[in-house]
Design a protein around this ligand. Structure first.
Ligand code: PHE
Length: 352
């Protein structure tokens, strides 16, 4: 209850300033100081509450009370300013007391690295760009026609089985190789054609040496009078640029529906340089054979040319396809394919 009469009110007002000072002495933030200030000087603050009694006082007593109120307000405001100044003093002192060793080296930004599969893709692209090829890409979701029919792959071919290929809605599939980019490119314009087509492909297997998705690189060259010797020469150039200058290439007869004749491509093992022996033992990379399989190849089948409207009697060409993860494993000596897909930075940061 506030004291009645002018002397009582004046005594109360004079006490307020002291109470306020005590209240903010222990407060350590500007926000709390401002909140306390509002509790005293705000519209419903303690000073205003006391001033309500002013109207009931005789007129001659009012000036003295008004004066006391102004005194209280001024003291409270002075206290606020002093407390704020003290706070910033403390903050400044703490700031100045910090010791900073400006001679320490900075904390550098960690720069990322390119994924080993990206490095290998770019390196192979560069080799073929140097031979005048273009880089082409195609979609991962393909028509069955581009992936199989146009590539002379009959409906009863095992690759078209549900067990081997991912079928998606709308009669489309996840492409099982990059060879459909051959079809897209030839449908897109007349010969000559010289392209490499890197990209992911999908097959239904998943074990230590197979992942359901893996990157391939396709190569297609179509022109007049292209021969098997051109294929072999191109592969030899590629292997020597990619693995090492003295290494040879071996072609083993094989079968692909879209090439005839067809061959598996082996590169001489760069670890034992084709000898099959390393450190006096059978080479661990090529398992003593001296050769490493790197892909499939062949001369473009006439039915493929017919499918895209090229005249098989006027043009010829070769194609090959390689697994990029296999290339990266061989090049960097990685022995588990899955390392490429686990996103372990300790592994990935080793390649640059
Ligand atoms: N497309 C074949 C595969 O994925 C590789 C290949 C490409 C073979 C071009 C011959 C010619 O196995």
């Amino acid at each position: 209850m506030p004291s009645e009469g002018a002397p009582g009110i004046i005594a109360d007002l004079d006490r307020l300033a002291a109470e306020f000072a005590a209240e903010i002495a222990s407060v350590a933030s500007e926000q709390d100081i401002r909140a306390a200030q509002a509790r005293y000087l705000g519209k419903k603050g303690r000073v205003s509450e006391l001033m309500k009694a002013l109207g009931r006082l005789p007129a001659q007593e009012r000036p003295a009370v008004g004066e006391a109120a102004n005194r209280a307000k001024a003291q409270i405001e002075t206290a606020v300013a002093a407390r704020l100044a003290a706070l910033s003093e403390v903050a400044l002192a703490a700031d100045l007391a910090r010791t900073v060793d400006v001679t320490l080296p900075g904390r550098g930004m960690r720069v990322g690295t390119l994924h080993p599969l990206t490095l290998v893709r770019r390196e192979i692209e560069q080799i073929f760009l140097g031979l005048g090829y273009e880089v082409r890409t195609g979609p991962w979701i393909e028509t069955e026609w581009n992936n199989f029919d146009a590539l002379n792959t009959p409906p009863d071919h095992p690759a078209r089985d549900m067990q081997d290929t991912f079928f998606v809605e709308g009669g489309r599939i996840l492409r099982s190789h990059t060879s459909p980019v051959q079809i897209r490119t030839m449908l897109g314009g007349p010969p000559p054609v010289r392209i490499v087509a890197p990209g992911n492909v999908f097959r239904r297997d998943d074990d230590a040496t197979h992942t359901p998705m893996f990157p391939q690189m396709e190569c297609l060259l179509v022109d007049r009078d292209v021969s098997f010797a051109d294929l072999k020469g191109t592969l030899l150039h590629f292997v020597q640029r990619f693995f090492g200058p003295k290494l040879g290439v071996r072609l083993r007869p094989s079968y692909f529906p879209f090439t005839e004749p067809s061959a598996e491509v082996d590169a001489a093992c760069y670890l034992c340089e084709g000898t099959g022996q390393s450190n006096g033992r059978g080479c661990r990379l090529c398992k003593g054979s001296g050769w490493i399989e790197i892909g499939g190849s062949g001369m473009v089948h006439p039915n493929v040319f017919s499918a895209v409207g090229y005249d098989p009697t006027a043009v010829s060409g070769f194609a090959f396809g390689m697994g990029l993860s296999r290339m990266a494993m061989l090049k960097y000596g990685v022995d588990d394919l899955r390392s490429f897909y686990e996103n372990d930075v300790r592994f990935l940061a080793q390649f640059r």
